[in-house]
Design a protein. Structure first.
Length: 77
């Protein structure tokens, strides 16, 4: 089953761009939705000091930056 992931991010965030590029370099089976937290006050309150944050939709587990390809692969298991 393909895992559904959210990447909480915002524009002009260098770390978010790095996280997105890292995710795109991994050949694992997942679907990625990039969510701009600036568009939602609740998300902004929850993630503004922590972005980028990766969320697994099936478990609601979060992976906070900094993370590596190894961290992502372990997160997806």
């Amino acid at each position: 089953m393909m895992k559904q992931l959210n990447l909480y991010s915002t524009s002009h965030c260098h770390l978010c761009e790095l996280a997105h590029a890292l995710l795109m370099s991994i050949s694992d089976d997942f679907s990625l939705k990039v969510i701009d937290i600036a568009q939602d006050e609740t998300l902004l309150d929850a993630y503004s000091l922590r972005i980028p944050v990766l969320l697994r939709q099936d478990t609601q587990a979060e992976l906070n930056w900094p993370f590596s390809a190894v961290d992502i692969n372990n997160f997806l298991k």
